[in-house]
Design a protein around this ligand. Structure first.
Ligand code: ADP
Length: 602
């Protein structure tokens, strides 16, 4: 099925109406629609009809004025004719008894045809026709007596008469214009011009309107509708009718019946006076189809305009409702969003509080870890001290024993008076006490429990301190210490004692590994690579087995009977503290190698 855009639009509107309004509202709406359409259609029809009637009225007024003017001009033209003819010498001669009939006949004939008068004729004082323009015709007036005709009598009496009447011979209606012709010697005649209005009537009949002229009695004389002739506007009193018939003015058969009044729905009747007489021109202008068409057009326009307004109104209402629904939807969405945001905010706040709490916990835990780490570092230090204390004691005992010997010798030298030798011995004693002081100082510093305090220091100083602490062991084991320093002044930022602790740990491990090695060697190497100071402690021990390598740097991994498995773990943590790392490698000496890499300090 093909649907036109119009029907699609109306279907859309109907379904829109169905969704917008309830059933009851729709019924009320339909009633209101029908009522408004009917009312608007009716009033627009009336208004259009009134406008069209006005237009018809104006046109009819103009038309009536034109009709009256053309009739008037004809009448004026003919009225002058009897007057002019009354002055004519031939007419006067004829009335004086001179037989001028043939010439006058011809004159009147040519005059009548020229001015289009029906007949022009001259009557003597008795009413006998002396000459006539129709002298050639069978119905010639010549010789006829018209003394009985009222126009003759009135003209003879008053000098001039006008009468519309039927011709007694021709039976043709016309206007008789009669003028008395005076003669100096007395006596007179009457010159008559009969005018017929066929041409005007034919012209009027061609128009849309019906036009007619009535005389003072309201009898129709000239008319575009021949059947209306001699009917009347208003009934003529019956007692007057016989006299009128007698006068033969309207003919013996004139009905003189009143005209049927015009249907005012179909015709607009107007009238206007004609010239100076009592004649009136009447015009019936048809209201159809102009007014009826306008009325229908008005009704259709009214109905369409109302429907259009309703359509537009419903469309607007629908748009507004949609906009309201959309607004409500957006409002609901906004509220929903706000709710979600509020929920989310509160969840976030809770999470935040929790996070802050957790951060506190973590901070506490971290500080605990730090504390524990410090404790661990200290524990490791004490363990290392335990390991090296015997060696250190030995290291101190040796100079003490030597001091004893030198002091004894010095005493002998003094007794013998060999003071210079004694002085030399005491100098050696002083140097040895300095050595003891250095060892005990180192030991005291190493064992002190202090918080990490990183400072710029020469790597070599830390190495020397550590080597001093393990010197007894290295010497006892006969380990060859090889120092390979790229530069004595390589510096790092670290806590001196902690860095020393790491080095002591690594040296101790190396010494442990070298226990059964025939020619034990330890290489201490310092170099710089890409801003990192690299401190390598390598040995020629058995090296790291794959199993140990896999678990290296894990707490409690040890291969030693008395071992704790914490030395490397703590050492790595200490390096991390300085922004560095500790890792294991294979040594060029054949054993294990451990490399500390710490950023170079200024
Ligand atoms: P501990 O010395 O108490 O065992 P460490 O963490 O210092 O703990 O060392 C862990 C293990 O790593 C040692 O038991 C040892 O097996 C191995 N190791 C460490 N250094 C060396 C080394 N230089 N040569 C061979 N093995 C080593």
């Amino acid at each position: 099925m093909v649907t036109s855009p119009d029907s699609a639009a109306s279907t859309g509107l109907l379904s829109e109406v169905r969704t917008l309004f309830s059933r009851r509202s729709r019924v009320a709406l339909a009633l209101a629609l029908i009522t408004s359409v009917v009312l608007t259609s009716w009033s627009m029809g009336q208004w259009f009809a009134a406008q069209a009637t006005d237009t018809v009225h104006r046109r009819a007024d103009v038309s009536a004025a034109l009709h009256a003017a053309s009739l008037q001009s004809d009448l004026e033209k003919f009225r002058t004719l009897p007057f002019v003819l009354a002055q004519d010498p031939d007419v006067r001669s004829a009335l004086a008894g001179v037989d001028r009939a043939p010439a006058l006949n011809q004159k009147l004939e040519s005059l009548a045809s020229e001015v289009r008068a029906a007949v022009v004729y001259l009557l003597d004082a008795n009413g006998v026709t002396l000459a006539a323009s129709n002298w050639r015709e069978e119905t010639s007036f010549v010789g006829q007596n018209y003394g009985f005709r009222p126009y003759f009598r009135r003209a003879m009496a008053d000098g001039y008469a006008e009468l519309y009447a039927l011709g007694t011979v021709s039976g043709e209606p016309g206007l008789y214009l009669a003028r008395r012709v005076n003669r100096p010697g007395g006596g007179a005649g009457v010159i008559v011009v009969k005018v017929v209005f066929d041409a005007i009537e034919a012209q009027w009949a061609n128009g849309d309107e019906s036009a007619f002229v009535t005389d003072e009695r309201g009898v129709v004389l000239i008319t575009s509708e021949p059947e209306w002739r001699f009917q009347t506007l208003a009934p003529i009193p019956p007692e007057e009718i016989p006299a009128l018939r007698e006068s033969r003015q309207y003919g013996a058969d004139a009905t003189l019946a009143p005209l049927a009044p015009p249907d005012e729905h179909r015709f607009l009747a107007i009238s206007a006076p004609v010239s100076s007489g009592d004649w009136r021109l009447h015009l019936l202008a048809p209201l159809r189809p102009t007014v009826s068409d306008a009325k229908v057009a008005g009704q259709v326009i009214g109905a369409l305009a109302t429907l259009l307004l309703w359509g537009a109104g419903i469309a607007l209402y629908s748009l507004r409702r949609r906009a309201e629904r959309e607004r409500a939807r957006q409002e609901a969405a906004r509220r929903e969003l706000e709710l979600r945001v509020a929920e989310r905010t509160s969840a976030l706040e809770t999470a935040n509080t929790q996070l802050l709490h957790e951060m506190d916990e973590r901070r506490r835990a971290e500080s605990n870890v730090h504390l524990m780490q410090d404790e661990l570092v200290q524990a490791n230090k004490l363990a290392v001290l335990g390991q090296i204390s015997a060696g250190v004691a030995h290291e101190i005992n040796q100079p003490v024993t030597a001091i004893r010997a030198y002091v004894d010798n010095a005493a002998d030298f003094i007794q013998r008076g060999e003071t210079s030798e004694a002085t030399e011995n005491l100098g050696i004693v002083a140097a040895l006490t300095e050595r003891i002081g250095a060892i005990t100082n180192e030991l005291r510093s190493f064992s002190r429990k202090a918080a990490s305090n990183p400072q710029s220091l020469r790597v070599v100083d830390a190495i020397d301190g550590a080597l001093l602490l393990v010197s007894a062991r290295t010497r006892a084991r006969g380990v060859a210490i090889e120092r390979r320093l790229e530069d004595e002044n390589i510096k790092v930022v670290a806590d001196r004692m902690r860095l020393e602790q790491v080095i002591v740990n690594l040296l101790q491990n190396a010494l442990d590994a070298l226990a059964d090695i025939a020619k034990p060697r330890i290489l201490v190497q310092v170099s710089v690579d890409e801003g990192m100071a690299l401190l390598t402690i390598a040995d020629n021990g058995p090296g790291l087995s794959d199993a140990v390598m896999a678990a290296l740097f894990q707490p409690f991994v040890t291969t030693k009977d008395q071992g704790l498995g914490l030395g490397l773990v703590i050492s790595r943590d200490i390096c991390a503290e300085f922004g560095g790392v500790l890792c294991a490698a294979r040594s060029e000496l054949g054993g294990a190698a451990f490399v500390i890499s710490i950023p170079v300090g200024s």
